[in-house]
Design a protein around this ligand. Structure first.
Ligand code: DC
Length: 225
């Protein structure tokens, strides 16, 4: 039986950084489900569909063929045969992803892909509904969060390092709006699963968070006692 580690939490909590490091340490596959929603968002943007056109998003999502491959240990997302890793990391795509993620047809389609990936290997999968919907029987469930101020601060620094012009207050407002949208949608809203362990990284370093989660995994018999 494969093991699975579900990591859920709000935008900017550090899920992907942490999950990538844990995947390397444990030798499992990292599945970034947010990237799949981002690829779906990019498809809608390419079609000129607005985030308010829910019905059109539902209709068109059938035409988006989203697949995942692993190249040199990295997850690569293909949208209708094209590698879109370089196009999905913008704030604009993130906002659209949060909007298209409300639609049941979009979620059903991506859920199938996510469950298939978890069946085929040991995984650490991050997102919003992994412990609650995608992998309700995950071996380990983590809810990783941090205060909105801390999350906004981290994103601000990340963007500055990339040489991008940004404004802290705008980023903070964006994060709060994304939390609102992801936590209040009707299907699969972001929430902590009853059996998930809460990790608040507000006052922790990346390495401390990694060690804490690896410790939780070991207690569950994942990655050696
Ligand atoms: O983790 P991220 O910022 O790349 O995700 C982008 C958006 O996709 C997020 O705001 C909500 C949506 N999403 C989701 O609804 N369910 C998931 N499992 C992952 C992401």
């Amino acid at each position: 039986m494969n093991y699975s580690i579900a990591v859920d939490g709000p935008a900017g909590a550090g899920k992907s950084t942490i999950a990538k490091m844990i995947a390397k340490r444990m030798g499992c596959v990292y599945v970034d489900t947010g990237a799949m929603y981002r690829a779906m968002a990019l498809f809608m943007m390419q079609q000129g569909i607005a985030d308010t056109e829910g019905e059109e998003v539902s209709r068109q999502c059938r035409r988006a063929d989203i697949t995942i491959r692993y190249e040199g240990g990295e997850q690569v997302v293909f949208l209708n045969g094209e590698n879109v890793n370089g196009q999905i990391r913008t704030e604009e795509v993130g906002r659209m992803a949060s909007a298209v993620a409300k639609m049941p047809d979009v979620r059903a389609k991506l859920l199938e892909l996510q469950q298939k990936l978890a069946k085929s290997s040991d995984v650490i999968m991050d997102g919003r509904d992994i412990g609650t919907c995608v992998l309700p029987d995950a071996t380990v469930k983590i809810y990783l969060t941090a205060s909105a101020d801390v999350r906004a601060g981290r994103r601000y620094e990340e963007l500055q390092e990339k040489g991008m012009v940004c404004d802290f207050e705008t980023i903070r407002a964006d994060i709060i709006e994304r939390d609102r949208q992801d936590m209040n949608r009707e299907i699969s809203p972001l929430r902590q699963a009853e059996d998930a362990v809460l990790v608040d990284s507000s006052l922790m370093t990346v390495n401390e968070v990694v060690e804490e989660i690896i410790g939780i995994c070991r207690q569950k018999g994942v990655g050696g006692k």
